[in-house]
Design a protein around this ligand. Structure first.
Ligand code: ADP
Length: 454
């Protein structure tokens, strides 16, 4: 059976208070009965002793009672007996068994059918015996009445407590029900942008609402990023695919020279798509934490040399002077050489790509500083620079300052480079001014083989 927290709380309070108050009631009733019995015994004993003084044998051997003798008072009956326990004077109440043997000075409880009897016997010096007896009927019925009343009070009290606990829990859980209702409406409507109202109470409920809101915000952000990524990726792929199809048509219809031209254009587009797909794949792996690093000791200056060499031709073609500035130290880090080379190549490639054709002397200067365990690679150019308002976004996926410039760009290079730097315990900074040039500085440290999500 599924019960709400309120019902469970109410039921628990009901059971606990019934048990506790029941136990307290039993203890109180027990002592009440013990006190009542003790008092009754005392009265029975007193009555027996008093009656002993009020009787004596006369000269003819007959038992004579004083005029002021009391044979019955306050429910206590007195009888005089001989040594065999037979009645000399007085009479037993009807339900009292008349064959009860003498037992001097003993407090006894005798079962007399309908009720119990408290019996006390006293031996007089003259050779007769006095017995005082009292029915416990009144004592018992008073006791049962009191037990009944207290039982009723206990049950009533427990029920009242359970009801108030239920009502208090209901009040306390009202904000939770509200949160559930709001959360349900957000889930049902798929409006992850909506937020739960945070009560102004600074308590657990407020914290719960804040935690939910933070969770919704993260979900919203990741869904949005996912949608953006899918739309950007399909958009980026659609353009080269469209161009390839157009070139194919041209090639099929044209002469040999046109066919060759079309093939060249198709080759370029296909290369662009290949870069895009490779980078997308790598980014997806990096984001899922599946990109593992092949860690080995790296001489970062040497890797910069390799990257410069590989880009020397394209730098020359672009009329850019590419130099690796000399430096005293050759920092070593533990990292993935292929990834670090790809980061450096990407920064240098961008510096060449975004050169300023209006400047007669164009340069790209690569410098390496640092010590073992940490290396800083700076790539400075006097290219077109990046306007300040775009600086914060150049590391975003598919972000390009001006997609018309540098047509081969896919907008993923810096995003990937930043991930590689992060995977090597560092990051990338950019300092740039539009029209003057840019300096990208990557910090790299010793990497660990397993990578967290970027
Ligand atoms: P892309 O493939 O478009 O080059 P990147 O992620 O490498 O993508 O770069 C993102 C954007 O940052 C580029 O489109 C370009 O506008 C800008 N950018 C990157 N490097 C430079 C640079 N050295 N000089 C000027 N702009 C740059």
């Amino acid at each position: 059976m599924k019960l709400t927290v309120r019902a469970r709380l109410g039921a628990s309070i009901l059971i606990i208070s019934l048990v506790l108050m029941g136990a307290a009631m039993v203890t109180v009733l027990h002592s009440y009965r013990a006190i009542g019995l003790r008092d009754a015994w005392a009265r029975v004993e007193d009555m027996a002793r008093d009656a002993e003084d009020d009787a004596g044998y006369d000269s003819r051997g007959r038992l004579v009672l004083d005029d002021d003798v009391v044979m019955y008072a306050e429910g206590i009956t007195v009888v005089y007996l001989d040594e065999n326990g037979d009645l000399l004077r007085g009479a037993y109440p009807l339900s009292f068994p008349d064959d009860v043997a003498l037992a001097i000075g003993e407090d006894r409880r005798i079962n007399g059918g309908a009720s119990h009897w408290l019996v006390y016997d006293v031996a007089a010096n003259d050779g007769f015996y006095v017995r005082a007896l009292m029915s416990t009927y009144e004592l018992d019925s008073g006791f049962y009445q009191m037990a009944l009343i207290s039982g009723g009070v206990v049950v009533l009290f427990a029920v009242l407590m359970a009801i108030s606990a239920w009502a208090m829990a209901r009040r306390a859980f009202r904000p939770v029900s509200e949160l559930t209702r709001h959360a349900d409406s957000i889930r049902g409507g798929g409006q992850l942008g909506a937020r739960l109202p945070v009560p102004d109470t600074h308590d657990e409920i407020a914290r719960l609402a804040e935690t939910f809101n933070a969770m919704f915000a993260r979900l919203d952000e990741s869904f949005r990023a996912e949608r953006q990524f899918t739309s950007d990726a399909s958009h980026e792929l659609r353009t080269p695919v469209g161009a390839i199809l157009a070139q194919c048509e041209l090639g099929l219809l044209g002469d040999d020279a046109e066919r060759l031209q079309a093939l060249e254009a198709i080759y370029q587009r296909a290369q662009h798509m290949s870069t895009l797909v490779n980078r997308l794949l790598m980014l997806a792996r990096a984001e899922q934490g599946r990109q593992t690093l092949a860690i080995e000791p790296l001489d970062v200056r040497q890797l910069c040399g390799f990257a410069c060499e590989s880009l020397e031709d394209s730098a020359q073609e672009a009329g850019v002077k590419l130099e690796l500035l000399p430096g005293g130290d050759a920092p070593t880090i533990n990292g993935d050489s292929a990834l670090v080379v790809s980061l450096i190549t990407n920064l240098i490639g961008n510096a060449i790509k975004y050169r300023d054709p209006s400047k007669p002397e164009r340069y790209v200067r690569v410098s390496v500083t640092g010590q073992d365990g940490e290396a800083r690679v700076s790539v400075a150019d006097n290219g077109i620079g990046i306007p300040e308002e775009h600086l914060g976004r150049v590391f975003d996926r598919f972000y390009r300052v001006d997609s018309a410039r540098g047509g081969e760009g896919v907008g993923l290079g810096l995003c990937l480079s930043a991930w590689i730097a992060r995977a090597h315990g560092g990051g990338i900074n950019v300092d740039s001014r539009a029209g003057e040039g840019s300096t990208f500085t990557a910090t790299l440290r010793n990497a660990r083989a397993e990578q967290s999500r970027s």
